[in-house]
Write a protein that binds this ligand. Structure first.
Ligand code: DAH
Length: 363
């Protein structure tokens, strides 16, 4: 090469400048090849040592080797600087800015059924109830027999039950639970009283029209303790109705009714005013049925291995979808389960809002 530097000093100056000008690892590698590759400028000089006379070699050897060592360490120092810089640049590029404020529109909406379930759980939690759950696919004995529906009892037929094929190993018929009441039995079999549980969940009956869907939601409440009476039931439900409808003067009345698993059994109506399709709670002289309840039947307590002379309690069961329709004015139950996002955007709740008694159940 005609412009090859003549002196070692000039060569060192040129290669050192090349190193500091190399902007990335590829450019640096090119400098390494230029200096120390097979035909590199320093490699060639090292090779030429063999042809020198011994005296010259004695002087040139340490000089060229020294230059090679300095350049090698300059190259590796530069390499690690460039690698660190490349990593920092990549981390900068790939950084996720978690300080970006959330965009509420991206969160979707909470379905009114979920909203109302959360509201109910919030209210009963404040009253000392805990959440309980049971399976949607249930055994006949929990859904019926242990709840004091004897085999062949006509009340079973009123439930329009979906039965599954086959039986369990114990010969039990399987079915889709027709109500959340079987979780009363499961809870009492698994827990020593006193118990206070609130049990929301899906339920199923073979039924479909404007106010019935084959799958719907119920919430069950159960209190078992010593010396529990209907006053406790009434007070609890009044506290619930006030909190849920978010009005202080909800009128309430009890009507005698019948359920196999409660004795006495009552239905609860709340005062309302109807005009056309609209129903307003807390005004007017009309009544609207909202739930069934009663004192837990001694047979149910006995079936769960407890002594009904020692333990008593009350239970109630209520349709969540109906409460949601009532509170949030959605007229057609079937639309609840159509998964139409336009409906959800209209009737749904903000994805980040949590119902709370302190902050307001619904806003
Ligand atoms: N399980 C009943 C139904 O689906 C509702 C019910 C009534 C539940 C009275 C109860 C109760 O716990 O005490 O129709």
């Amino acid at each position: 090469m005609s412009d090859e530097p003549q002196t070692l000093e000039a060569l060192e100056a040129e290669l050192t400048a090349d190193i500091s000008n190399a902007g990335d690892e590829a450019a640096l590698e090119a400098v390494r090849v230029k200096a120390l590759g097979q035909k590199g400028l320093i490699t060639l000089r090292l090779r030429s040592l063999g042809q020198m006379d011994p005296d010259t070699r004695k002087i040139q050897g340490p000089l060229i080797n020294g230059l090679r060592d300095r350049l090698s360490s300059a190259l590796s120092a530069a390499k690690s600087v460039l690698a660190t810089r490349a990593l920092a640049a990549r981390l900068g590029r790939e950084r996720i800015d978690i300080t970006l404020s959330p965009r509420p529109d991206d969160f979707g909406t909470i379905h009114p059924v979920s909203q109302v379930s959360d509201e109910i759980i919030e209210i009963f939690s404040a009253l000392g109830f805990v959440l309980a759950e049971g399976p949607d696919i249930e055994e006949d004995r929990y859904n019926f027999t242990m709840l004091n529906f004897p085999p062949g009892h006509p009340a079973r037929e009123m439930h329009d039950t979906f039965f599954l094929d086959g039986t369990t190993e114990q010969g039990e018929r399987m079915l889709l639970r027709t109500h959340t009441s079987p979780v009363q039995v499961r809870t009492l079999l698994a827990n020593k009283p006193p118990v206070r549980v609130i049990i929301p969940g899906r339920t199923y009956r073979c039924d479909s029209d404007q106010t019935h869907t084959p799958m719907f939601h119920q919430v069950e409440g159960l209190v078992i303790d010593r010396n529990i009476h209907m006053g406790h039931l009434k007070g609890t439900l009044e506290a619930f109705a006030r909190a849920f409808f978010e009005i202080d003067n909800v009128k309430m009345r009890m009507r005698p009714s019948h359920f196999p698993f409660t004795e006495p059994s009552v239905e609860i109506d709340i005062g309302c005013k109807r005009s056309g399709d609209e129903i307003r709670i807390g005004e007017g002289d009309d009544w609207l049925e909202i739930l069934g309840c009663g004192m837990v039947h001694p047979n149910v307590i006995r079936n769960c291995g407890l002594d009904p002379d020692e333990w008593q309690g009350f239970a109630f069961g209520c349709g969540i979808d109906r409460l949601a329709m009532l509170k949030y004015g959605a007229p057609d139950l079937r639309a609840f389960f159509d998964s139409d996002v336009r409906w959800l955007r209209h009737y749904g709740f903000h994805g980040l809002d949590q119902p709370s008694l302190g902050g307001g159940l619904s806003r």
